[in-house]
Structures are given as structure tokens and as C-alpha cells.
Design a protein around this ligand. Sequence first.
Ligand code: SAM
Length: 235
Amino acid sequence: MLYVVPTPIGNLQDITLRALEVLKGVDAVLCEDTRRTQILLSHFGISKPTYRYNENDEHSVSRCLETLKSGKTCALVSDCGTPCISDPGWKLVRAAVQEGIKVSSLPGPSAVACALAGAGITGGAFTFLGFLPRKPGKAAKLISQAYALDVPVVLYESPYRVIKMLELIAKTLGAETPVILARELSKVYEEWLRGTAQSLAQQLAKKSKVQGEFVMIIDRPATEKKEEDEADPNF
Ligand code: SAM
């Protein structure tokens, strides 16, 4: 049995009771980084064997699969949030499904859901692109295609590249494109920045250093949203 177990994205109190119960009950925990997971487990007084799971290493995937096939119950965790969401895990889940091993996916923290819920811009459809490719041409093409679907586009971005990404959005979709930056969600310095792609790029460029983790939401233009408000098809 394989449990997919979400872990906090910043605030340790966000772990669910069920996640703790599963982590206490399994034979082993498969992790992205055993040291990080050990810190989490010891915070909750859980002592379990941890094994590193490396998605890019076939041996690692098959080793974890063998553990499951031997009848052991395992929990799959990533460094933060929900495994398989811009994080390792999906290849092991796929292999488990193919081998007929039961998979149970627990609900829990994920930065994309947390950011969208606090943004107040949609109750329904959105496009999630995760981390965009490094090449500006490829990234611009993906952003344009996703934005053409007429729903908000959600991205993950590192603090080192967030200004460059805002500039790319301004260049690709227009300087006045509305953007919401959800920074350090669930942490002490949680912050929400709202503006246009250009104004936010300029605002962040004034800082000596951009720090923290960001979810970036590219919103629809205000004119389009007025019409949507009148009839929300999601309810
Ligand atoms: N699996 C995770 C999830 O379910 O959200 C995502 C892991 S991905 C490797 C890490 C990225 O998620 C960060 O670069 C950032 O874009 C976003 N992220 C994670 N924690 C965050 C937080 N506390 N606040 C804002 N964004 C966060």
C-alpha cells in the first residue's frame, strides 16, 4: 500500500491529523530529502525508517517499488506540500498503479490551492503550469497558450527568477496584465502583492534582495471579469 502524504508548505501546524496517523502507521517513509523529512518526523515524535526517493534514478524508483511489492506499507512525501505537484513522486505512483499496488492520496497542503483560495479571483477554472522552462521562448509560448484559455494562469517561481518572469509576462501578454504574487504562504512573512506585471517587476527590482517562495497568478483583465461576475457558471 502506498500513501501519498502532503506535508506543510511553511507552517508545521498545517499537517493533517490523518497525515500524522499514516506516517505513524507505515513501515517506511519514501522522501525527496531524508534529512528534511527526519526533521518533520522528529517534530511530531515519529520514528520511522526513511528512504530517499529520486525520480530521475530508475534504480531508486524500482527499489521503492520492490519495498511496496514485498508487502510493506509506505508513505511518499516531498520536501513540502503535495508530492507529484511540481515535485517528485508521479513515476512511483504510476509504477505502483501498474503493479496493482493500492494507492491512497491524502488531501493536504499545496501552494497552488492555498494561493488561489486567498486570491479571490476565481471559484472555478484555472491553468496550473508549475515551473516554466528556463528558455524564455518556450516559457513565453506556454504562457500565451495558457492565457488564451481565458482562465487565470498559476505558476511556481523561485525568488531568483521572479522579476525576470514578471518582465516576460509583461512582454508576452502586455505590461498591464494583472498579476498576484502570494509570497511565503502560511509563514510569518506571508505577503500578497497585487499589481500589473510591469509595476510588480519595478516594485521588486527596488529591493536589494528578493527572498521567499512565490506563487504567481496571472489574472484576467478587469474588463473581462465584470462579465464573469454576473454569471458564475461554477455554482
Ligand atoms: N509540492 C509543492 C506543492 O504542493 O505546492 C510544491 C513544491 S515546488 C518544488 C516549490 C514551489 O512551490 C516554490 O518554488 C514556490 O513556487 C511554491 N511554494 C512552496 N511553498 C510556498 C509558500 N509557502 N509560499 C509560496 N509559494 C510556495
